[in-house]
Design a protein around this ligand. Structure first.
Ligand SMILES: Cc1ncc(COP(=O)(O)O)c(C=O)c1O
Length: 345
């Protein structure tokens, strides 16, 4: 077989692995048993052994976090809003009746993992994605109504990442779904695997039918969030986003963007709003998704009831770009960290 001809007039860019597909060389792990957490260890990333009866495998007793560490131009490594992510993980653990890790232990484990793999943290625009994961380990297949609050495993994985959405800053196509739910209404604010399982099939269907990048779940006709990011509407120096309730994940990026927007003199309105109001706004406003992976990504098209609604001119809007740049500049150490969001490791 002959190798395909390669063009020689443009230098080959190294192919970047998909978001989350490559793990860093070390991971952190700790166990809860006999009423206490053992001392966490950092070890080579590799398979783990668990009981086939482990609660998590049957009853989905699991929650996780997703945060990033950035390499600054001076070579230092800095974790973004670690305290917030630790607090959210504890809140998830509480809702799932799992043993809550000690916040100092968890934050220390994240920092120790970052330190162990610091040579693997990519330069900007890359970052080290960090994935703390808590799982119920009670070995009991008759525990549908029994929590795994006596046995658990905590892990921290790390993964060098670049763009989450394959198209980079290409405006997204979003399918507006007012039929399916991505979560039980009391678990929306919990970062648990079951929510992602619920969003999977509607998202794949929307991708196949409408080439949609994500589904915006709008139970009862009210805008909630997509399968992996929060949703914001922007116009001039005004932002509208759903107010915090138990139906959706309280994004750390959402909070960061709203804080920066207020600093820049934007007015921020947090309240429930309908699909109809969103479509009206989209005529001349902007829409964006916020999340650790998505950062702040513009929405170009909303697809609802089989109809495509272009968001303004269909491109990424100026407010979205401005706020994205303001956030990214802090994360990369290019703007002062006025809110104390970064922790140097
Ligand atoms: C369902 C969902 N909503 C929102 C977000 C955004 O949260 P954060 O900004 O804390 O990453 C995420 C995670 O990235 C998510 O999975």
């Amino acid at each position: 077989m002959t190798a395909p001809a390669r063009s020689t007039d443009t230098p080959a860019t190294p192919a970047r692995p998909g978001f989350g597909t490559v793990l860093a060389s070390r991971m952190g792990i700790a166990h809860y048993a006999d009423g206490r957490w053992d001392t966490p260890v950092i070890k080579a990333t590799g398979p783990i052994e668990i009981s086939p009866a482990a609660h998590v495998l049957h009853y989905a007793s699991t929650c996780f976090e997703g945060l990033k560490a950035y390499r600054f131009a001076d070579g230092s490594i800095n974790v973004f809003r670690l305290d917030r992510h630790v607090a959210r993980m504890l809140q998830s653990a509480r809702h799932l009746v799992l043993p809550e890790p000690d916040p100092i232990l968890l934050a220390g484990l994240v920092r120790d993992v970052v330190d162990a793999v610091r040579a693997e943290v990519p330069e900007a625009p890359g970052a080290l994605y960090l994935r703390p994961l808590l799982m119920g380990m009670l070995p009991n297949i008759g525990a549908a109504a029994t929590p795994s609050n006596t046995d658990a495993m905590l892990m921290v994985l790390a993964s060098p990442v670049w763009d989450y959405f394959a198209g980079g800053m290409k405006p997204l196509r979003i399918y507006v779904d007012d039929q399916n739910s991505r979560t039980a209404s009391h678990l929306g604010m919990v970062k648990t695997g079951g929510n992602y399982a619920a969003a999977m099939k509607p998202t794949l269907d929307a991708r196949a039918k409408y080439q949609a990048d994500q589904v915006l779940f709008c139970a009862g006709g009210y805008v909630q969030e997509t399968g992996a990011a929060n949703f914001l509407l922007l116009r001039d120096k005004h932002i509208l986003t759903r107010s915090l309730d138990s139906s959706f994940l309280h994004g750390v990026t959402r909070d960061s963007v709203l804080t920066l927007a207020r600093d820049l003199g934007y007015s921020v309105e947090e309240r429930p709003f309908t699909v109809a109001e969103m479509l009206e706004w989209a005529r001349d406003g902007e829409a964006a998704l916020s999340g650790t992976a998505a950062v702040l990504t513009g929405v170009g098209t909303l697809i609802y009831n089989g109809q495509e609604h272009r968001v303004a001119d269909g491109g990424v809007g100026p407010q979205t770009l401005r706020l994205r740049e303001a956030l990214v500049a802090i994360q990369r150490g290019e703007s002062p960290d006025r809110h104390g969001w970064l922790q140097r490791v």
